[in-house]
Write a new protein. Structure first.
Ligand code: TRP
Length: 355
């Protein structure tokens, strides 16, 4: 037997600057989960070379995401924080999963279609296999829960497809190796297998933080306009300035949530306020309904500065001491590596690789 314990895993790519959307949609959730689960948080540097091979400062980007994790309150002693390339099991398991997954599964991924664009033949093979590496990240730890944004739901389904095919194709080998364990399949059902059916933890209302310049587009690190997003490296002045310059419409705020329909910019700013204040949009509108944006924006700017500046300040402080960050990643990598090594040994035995 080889029991599965509840465990959280998630990854963030070291590309571009982290912004408010990453914080409210992902990192804040990572912090909260520490109270209820064993958590592993990974800076996925292997993934970062799938879309773009050469980066100007990959070590700096990796440290910057790590600093954001720590500054937001992730405790690298009670939990694990590391960068993916340090633990070779990710790449090894991904290779085996490349042979489990089917090309058709990968071709259907909407993120691949978006990122590859028109010239699919010219996309890297790594970009196509990206979800297989992501499945390896998660299943190297046999993680049961993965906090992610909405856009990663399809990749999580594919992770379950890979786990299910592995469990099924190797069922006899898993049993022979004495590694079979009951896998919960939902609705009280279980099947025998080795890898769990990992569930996404997808956040409610605040997951989708939209651009400050266009309420119909997601806030993104790749948007050419820096005014479209609040970066986690912005200081208080920059945060306040960006909120004040955010796009709005001419009307006052409605008193009820229904009044936000068809007003994407108003909806986004109220949503950001609600998420930062940890209140509902309805509660925010109880306070601000009928008020003009000229009154709402300064309140939002103050709140954003109040919530974010301790984090951005701590991030800057941490980034002044890269040696400390590197030591955190090394320690995390050693502890992650020990867990993943056990999985790799099991998987090699199941597949039939000697050694
Ligand atoms: N694909 C994820 C994203 O772009 C990043 C990622 C890689 C990830 N491996 C993961 C997320 C494992 C969760 C679990 O956001």
């Amino acid at each position: 037997m080889s029991d599965i314990t509840p465990r959280v895993f998630s990854g963030v790519q070291p590309t571009g600057n982290l912004h408010l959307g990453n914080y409210l949609g992902a990192i804040r959730k990572f912090v909260a989960l520490q109270e209820s689960h064993d958590c592993i948080y990974c800076v996925v540097d292997l993934h970062s070379i799938t879309a773009q091979l050469v980066h100007e400062d990959l070590p700096g980007q990796t440290r910057s995401i790590t600093a954001a994790f720590l500054a937001a309150g992730i405790d690298p002693k009670r939990h694990i924080v590391f960068n993916q390339s340090r633990v070779s099991a990710h790449a090894e398991l991904a290779w085996i999963f490349n042979c489990v997954a089917r090309i058709g599964w990968m071709n259907r991924m909407t993120q691949f279609k978006d990122k590859a664009g028109k010239d699919r033949e010219n996309a890297s093979l790594g970009l196509l296999a990206y979800p297989s590496l992501m499945a390896a990240d998660i299943l190297a730890y046999r993680a049961t829960h993965v906090p992610v944004g909405d856009d990663q739901k399809q990749h999580l389904e594919l992770t379950r497809d890979i786990a299910a095919k592995f469990n099924n194709d190797f069922a006899q080998k898993i049993a022979e190796a004495g590694l079979s364990t009951p896998i919960p399949m939902g609705e009280g059902q279980t099947v025998e297998g080795y890898f769990p059916m990992t569930e996404p933890l997808i956040e409610g209302p605040a997951t989708r933080v939209m651009s400050l310049k266009d309420g119909s587009k997601k806030m993104s690190k790749s948007d050419p306009s820096d005014l479209s997003r609040i970066n986690l490296t912005d200081d208080a002045d920059a945060i306040a300035r960006k909120v004040k310059k955010a796009k709005t419409d001419p009307d006052a705020l409605p008193s009820e949530v229904a009044g936000l329909a068809g007003r994407p910019e108003a909806d986004n700013l109220v949503g950001i306020f609600a998420a930062l204040a940890e209140r509902s949009k309805a509660e925010v509108l109880t306070d601000f309904g009928g008020r003009a944006f000229s009154e709402f924006k300064p309140a939002l700017a103050d709140l954003a500065v109040q919530v974010l500046s301790p984090i951005t300040g701590e991030m800057r402080r941490l980034l002044d001491d890269p040696g400390h960050i590197d030591a955190v990643l090394k320690d995390g990598g050693e502890r992650a590596g020990a867990i993943a090594a056990k999985t790799m040994a099991d998987v090699k035995q199941i597949v039939g690789f000697l050694g």
